[in-house]
Structures are given as structure tokens and as C-alpha cells.
Design a protein around this ligand. Structure first.
Ligand SMILES: [Fe+2]
Length: 303
């Protein structure tokens, strides 16, 4: 097992031995674990955790603060508010896990963070349907195809989409129980899909909890680049969890607080003049709307 070297320059040889001996004994306490993967994970976790404590020479007060912080992360978490996901996201742990598990494969669409706002019981809409269910915002027509890396259409792919409204809030952030700005649909025989949503806007992750306190304490912005979430699944293909980001969003320059942006996922939401004809002839009144195109390329589930 690779072990980094903690910063123990100012400690005596005896102290160094005491600390090393403790790491060794804790690692060995997992030696009889019958699950080799669990054993590997726990022993590595112990090594890195002890390295961290020793590297920063963590004080007992700081350790207590960390325990208290994690306790509050747990207490604020419920079925609508997932503070642990926010913590993982803002520490880049979510994106690192995605990087480790979604190695680039040919020109397959890149993955990005799942985020804390997915619900697995969003309604189904037909092709060309409206996922807003009352979520307010500038209408956006989103279309594209789902194919494999050879360009062969993937029919009947399940496409989950979810997004915030123009006020930067997801349905679950309202306390009236609404379900809006989310749905699923299926690609047709040629792999095509299309739906109406709203033009994404930048929004802050919920920052009224411990993760927000952490961001304020270190001078970081809670803002995310405007995006629309996708999760695409189809038999024999690697599940894809991703977003498309809005080209031209000023937040792209400032940065995304969960490190989710990839250049290949930045798409144009081209604004159309007020009152101009819509792709499906839908009457949206005398207002502007946007049009985005996102072709989804799935990797096989064997890679
Ligand atoms: Fe989001």
C-alpha cells in the first residue's frame, strides 16, 4: 500500500514511533476481515486518515469541531435535503469518484456530478412533452439523439431530466410538496429525443447549513454554473449521469462550486425572438425561448 509522508519534521524519534505504531496496530485490526474489498478500503482509509491528522498536527479542539460539523451535516439531512452530497460535491470528492469510475471511452459523453436534487419518481412525458409542470422560466426546447460510440442509434433509452426554475430553486426546495422541473422520457426508434423545459440559470447550492458555513469560512462562492441534469440508461450501456451547461453563462468564468464543468458539456441555448415559431408549433405567446441541441453518446457497460 502506498503511504504518503506526513509532516512530522518537528517531532522526536520516539513520538514518531508512537504514531507509526498506532497506525500499524489499527491497520492490523482489519487483517481478519473476510471481505477483501472492505479490508482494502478500511485499511487505506485508516492510513490516509492518520496521515492527515499527523500532517496538519490536528488539535483536539479541531478534531472536536470536525465531529460537531459532521454531526450537524447529519442532522440537517433528510429525504429532501442531502447535506452529505453537498459536502462531497464541494470537496470535489464526487467529481473524483466520477473520474475514477468513468474513464474516457472513445467519444462517449462525459459524466459529471449527480447532485442532491434527483428524485426517482418523476413523471413520464411523451417525446416533445413539457417537463416543467409549472416551474417558471424562459421556455427551452431541448433535442438530440442517443447513440453508441459508432453512431448507431439507441432506441428506448430512459432519459431523466431535472432542473431548477428561473429563481434558481428546485421543486424540493419549496415546502409545498410540488414536483416540477423534472420528468423522464424515452428515445424513439432512431434514438431521437426532445422536450420542453426552462432555460437553466446559475444558482447557489443550499448554503444555509454547515456546508454553506464552510464555504463562507474559506471565502468560496456557493454558485453553480447554469445547467440541466441528465441521467441516461439503456440496456447494455454504461449509465450516464451528466449535465449540459449554458454557453455564455458568466458563472463559467467564476467557476462551479462543485467542479462539475467539462468543456464538452457546454452547449448553446440559442435565444429565439419573442413570438417566433416553435419546433413543434406550440404556442408559447409573445415571449422569447431558447433552443439547445445535445447528442448523447453512450459507452458500453463492459468498459
Ligand atoms: Fe443542479
Amino acid at each position: 500500500m502506498t503511504q504518503s509522508t506526513p509532516d512530522t519534521r518537528d517531532i522526536t524519534a520516539q513520538q514518531h514511533r508512537v504514531e507509526e505504531d498506532l497506525v500499524k496496530r489499527v491497520v492490523e485490526s482489519f487483517d481478519n476481515c473476510e471481505d477483501p474489498r472492505l479490508k482494502q478500503i478500511m485499511q487505506s482509509l485508516v492510513v490516509h486518515l492518520h496521515d492527515f491528522i499527523r500532517d496538519v498536527r490536528l488539535t483536539e479542539e479541531e478534531w472536536g469541531s470536525a465531529i460537531e460539523f459532521l454531526t450537524r451535516v447529519g442532522h440537517i439531512t433528510d429525504d429532501k435535503r442531502q447535506e452529505f452530497v453537498l459536502l462531497s460535491d464541494t470537496l470535489g470528492a464526487s467529481m473524483q469518484t466520477i473520474a475514477v469510475n468513468n474513464e474516457a471511452y472513445k467519444d462517449a459523453t462525459e459524466a459529471t456530478v449527480f447532485g442532491p436534487f434527483f428524485l426517482d419518481d418523476a413523471p413520464e412525458v411523451p417525446l416533445g412533452g413539457d417537463i416543467t409542470f409549472g416551474a417558471v422560466g424562459e421556455p427551452a426546447w431541448v433535442e438530440g439523439t442517443v447513440t453508441d460510440t459508432d453512431g448507431v442509434p439507441v432506441p428506448n433509452a430512459r432519459i431523466e431530466v431535472w432542473e431548477c426554475d428561473e429563481d434558481g430553486l428546485y421543486d424540493v426546495q419549496y415546502d409545498d410538496g410540488r414536483m416540477a422541473g423534472r420528468a423522464h422520457l424515452y428515445s424513439d426508434a432512431e434514438g431521437r429525443y426532445r422536450f420542453w423545459g426552462v432555460t437553466p440559470v446559475p444558482y447557489p447550492i443550499p448554503y444555509d447549513g454547515p456546508v454553506g458555513e464552510m464555504l463562507r469560512a474559506v471565502g468560496r462562492s456557493p454558485m453553480r454554473v447554469a445547467h440541466l441534469h441528465f441521467m441516461v440508461t439503456a440496456a447494455s450501456y454504461r449509465a450516464l449521469v451528466t449535465h449540459i451547461f449554458v454557453e455564455g453563462d458568466p458563472q463559467l468564468e467564476i467557476g462551479d462550486t462543485v467542479f462539475g464543468v467539462k468543456d464538452s458539456l457546454i452547449k448553446s441555448f440559442e435565444q429565439q425572438p419573442a413570438g417566433s415559431p416553435t419546433p413543434d408549433g406550440r404556442d408559447i405567446g409573445d415571449r422569447t425561448w431558447t433552443k439547445a441541441h445535445f447528442d448523447i453518446v453512450l459507452a458500453p457497460d463492459t468498459v
